[in-house]
Ligand binder design. Structure first.
Ligand SMILES: [Mn+2]
Length: 462
């Protein structure tokens, strides 16, 4: 592994050895939760006193509030902080602080204990996640922490660093390390939720990625589907069968059945599955961690990971698939309401206000871009966040990014123009603007999109 990176990780490891009574603050998404699992395990193994909290974003207000609530001299931030150095330095002026992150560092401000791949010339966007960086620190702290390697990959998967079936750069090095030490097994198979422990019907109804309309969150739909393709739901003893009980041939029957019904493409459904010690597939586990965050229950994610709590996992998945179902109905029911669903250049804007939770607007936009619910190459979702802000999520298909238009730049430009902030990745980005600027933002993004590309360019591309 990169020498400069391990040196930087070793510095954080010795910082942690030298400090006790630590407040650990992590981002609430899948990557942040995975980093928190690693933090928790590594600090417990060092017999450290600590508290662990999660935030959906690192603002001055929210950071100040958690440090007031939890009185610690030392603060460890994971999966955020690098991009908010001025905030961190202002609020944590009287604390000893360490940051382990993979987001692009702020241009203004520095911090002594700062572990970030960008600082040593490694791309934190595609090669390693926040959990991955935390894992590198954990391994420097103690080689025995290699057993935490799967969480680095769960975090990377949650941050969409798994490119189809493969990882790249440092993530791939971690895959090899995890495999070598028997912490993951890689095989070919069907990629659905609930590889172990759950019956087939549940595996289908809890699958949200891809979202199987008519099957996800629809038990009778799932039963009907399985029967229609000739899959036995129970074995000769009358016990429910799970995905793990299926023969390869039966897995293929399910895949073909789903494709015939028009769900997703084959790559989404079958390929390399990375199986964890507890029998879960990495991608489904990542989607579960993501669900915990979106439901504002990140600590439950840590519990599920540490205790293999399948019942809690099932509860989260049930609640999450129901919530998605409700929000998608909102979109479908308002298709003709031009206030809610607006055409903006080659894309569609969903103005959800309070009808879709800000935590979920990105998920809904992602599902819409991958399905035919809204048949457009760009989806912009907007939802109220807190008292006076609007959360924005932008998603684009690959035909859009191939024209050179990146959602990260679109969000940055349009949000900053109206006094907000934005950024992210090529195909998935987001931002936040003041509530008062809603109309102006829509005007700005409409102009920006119409200028950048017309529907014709896209049709010709495709
Ligand atoms: Mn991350």
């Amino acid at each position: 592994m990169d020498q400069q990176l391990t040196t930087s990780a070793a510095q954080i490891a010795s910082f942690l050895k030298d400090h006790d009574d630590i407040l650990c603050v992590s981002h609430y998404d899948c990557d942040g939760i995975s980093s928190a699992v690693i933090v928790r395990e590594m600090l417990e193994r060092e017999d450290k006193q600590f508290d662990q909290v999660f935030l959906d974003e690192l603002t001055e207000e929210k950071l100040a509030s958690v440090v007031t609530d939890h009185d610690h001299e030392t603060v460890l931030l994971t999966d955020f902080g690098s991009g908010q150095l001025p905030t961190v330095n202002t609020v944590l002026d009287h604390h000893d602080v360490a940051i382990i992150d993979h987001h692009e560092p702020s241009e203004d401000g520095t911090l002594e204990h700062h572990c970030n791949p960008h600082l040593v010339g490694i791309d934190g966007g595609s090669e390693i996640s926040g959990a991955g960086m935390t894992y590198v620190v954990a391994r420097e702290l103690d080689q025995a922490n290699i057993d935490l390697s799967p969480y680095a990959l769960i975090g990377a998967t949650g941050d969409m660093q798994r490119d189809g079936d493969t990882y790249q750069g440092l993530n791939q090095e971690i895959v090899e390390e995890a495999q070598k030490h028997d912490h993951i097994t890689i095989k070919q198979g069907l990629k659905l939720y609930g590889r172990r422990g759950r019956n087939l019907v549940k595996a289908l109804t809890y699958t949200t990625d891809p979202y199987l309309s008519g099957i996800t969150d629809n038990e009778s739909g799932a039963v009907q589907f399985l029967r229609s393709i000739g899959i036995e739901l129970s074995d000769e003893n009358g016990e429910w069968r799970s995905l793990a009980d299926l023969s390869l041939e039966e897995e293929r029957m399910i895949v073909n059945g789903l494709i015939k019904k028009g769900y997703g493409d084959i790559e989404q459904l079958i390929g390399s599955v990375y199986i964890l010690d507890n029998g879960w597939e990495i991608r489904e586990f990542a989607s579960l961690m993501n669900a915990c965050g979106r439901l504002d229950r990140p600590a439950d994610g840590v519990t599920i990971a540490r205790e293999d709590d399948f019942d809690l996992a099932a509860t989260i998945k049930r609640k999450y698939s129901r919530k998605i179902g409700r929000y998608l109905s909102f979109v479908e029911d308002n298709m003709d309401d031009t206030e809610v669903i607006q055409e903006i250049g080659p894309g569609t804007l969903i103005q959800a206000d309070d009808s879709i939770h800000a935590n979920m607007i990105g998920t809904i936009a992602s599902i819409c871009i991958r399905s035919d619910i809204l048949d457009d190459p760009i989806i912009i979702g907007m939802a109220h966040k807190g008292e006076d802000a609007i959360k924005i999520s932008a998603r684009a298909s690959s035909e859009v990014t191939e024209t050179g238009l990146a959602m990260s730049e679109l969000m940055e430009t349009c949000c900053t123009t109206v006094g907000g902030e934005g950024g992210g990745h090529e195909r998935a980005a987001g931002g936040k603007i003041p509530r008062t600027e809603q109309e102006r933002f829509i005007k700005v993004i409409r102009e920006e999109l119409t200028e950048s590309l017309s529907k014709d360019t896209l049709t010709h591309q495709a």
